[in-house]
Ligand binder design. Structure first.
Ligand code: BGC
Length: 315
């Protein structure tokens, strides 16, 4: 038996059949164009899922259902995307639409909660009872496993660690508040700060690195820093400071054994986690007498969301 797991993002949607052992089979991708209405995106998704099932000759009887991870405030009980700050979707009855369109049972949850569930069941969180996960992308998603159970809070809309304020009156957030953690620790924030620093220092190696990549993304400052660039070092240090302070805040609440990071920035691996660890160690992993936690990079990488969404049917 399999389930189809779908990870919905702002620029692309990725899905795959996933086995009960957490193995990802063939992947499909749907690019989302700016300006596409929420209904248009869901209808295209229904078409691509139906084609995928046909192409791979999956029998409907062997598919337990379709799980979707969606960014934003998700009403998983009624199957509605209440509001997605990143996708700009609201009051979208996605479960009803997809069940009608595919003839299969459909479940939804927040994208980061799906990723955390996947990572806890099959990935870097497998050996721990208390973990928090932070997905560092366009926004910052959060997920919590407490005493071995995924904790989603009232209406399944909890664990929004990206929307905890870290700077009063700080940067404006897409959620409507100011100074949210995600406006300092997301890839979007790192890119904003990289671009600002590049404008101020035209001789920075970040310009070369951006040229090589053809764009400014989350890697530019890290790559230039590795080559000894001082301005890039300041950008990275600043990023590490905010990310660490957020992690320490969450550690004080949840006292996890491990903190798992995912997203493009997490691809920096040890280069990133060692420095976060040093910062958190200096701050006694929270406050004095509190235990060390591991800072780990996701094991399932970009698959964690798909696997976790599919696993909504493996509970
Ligand atoms: C959204 C969250 C989501 C996260 C990662 C945030 O901006 O509000 O719901 O989990 O981005 O996509």
């Amino acid at each position: 038996m399999i389930a189809i797991g779908i990870d919905i993002g702002g620029t692309s949607i990725k899905g795959a059949a996933v086995t009960k052992e957490g193995k990802v089979l063939d992947v499909f991708t749907l690019d989302v164009l700016k300006g596409d209405t929420q209904e248009k995106v869901v209808n295209s998704l229904i078409d691509i899922v139906n084609e995928y099932i046909k192409k791979h000759r999956y029998k409907k009887e062997e598919i337990l259902g379709i799980g979707c991870g969606v960014p934003g405030s998700i009403d998983s009980v009624n199957g509605v995307v209440s509001y997605s700050n990143n996708l700009r979707w609201s009051e979208l009855p996605i479960v009803e639409m997809m069940e009608k369109g595919t003839g299969l049972p459909v479940r939804i949850t927040n994208d980061a909660n799906a990723a955390t569930f996947g990572e806890a069941k099959f990935g870097a969180g497998k050996d721990y009872k208390n973990i928090i996960m932070l997905t560092l992308g366009t926004g910052v998603g959060g997920g919590i496993v407490a005493n071995g159970e995924l904790y989603e809070g009232n209406q399944g809309k909890g664990a929004e660690m990206g929307h905890t304020v870290i700077v009063i009156d700080g940067h404006e957030c897409t959620c409507g508040r100011k100074g949210c953690f995600e406006t300092y620790a997301s890839a979007t924030a790192l890119i904003r700060d990289t671009k600002l620093a590049m404008e101020k220092d035209k001789s920075s190696l970040m310009w070369e690195e951006a040229d090589k990549l053809g764009k400014v993304d989350g890697r530019v400052a890290f790559n230039a820093e590795r080559r000894g660039d001082k301005t890039a070092h300041e950008v990275v240090e600043n990023y590490i400071k905010y990310l660490s302070e957020g992690i320490l805040n969450f550690a004080n609440i949840f006292r996890p054994e491990a903190v798992i990071l995912s997203g493009g920035i997490a691809n920096e691996g040890d280069y990133l986690t060692k420095r976060l660890d040093a910062y958190c160690a200096k701050e006694n992993y929270g406050y004095k007498g509190t235990p060390k936690f591991e800072i780990l990079v996701s094991k399932l990488g970009y698959d964690s969301g798909k696997i976790g969404a599919a696993a909504l049917f493996f509970k």
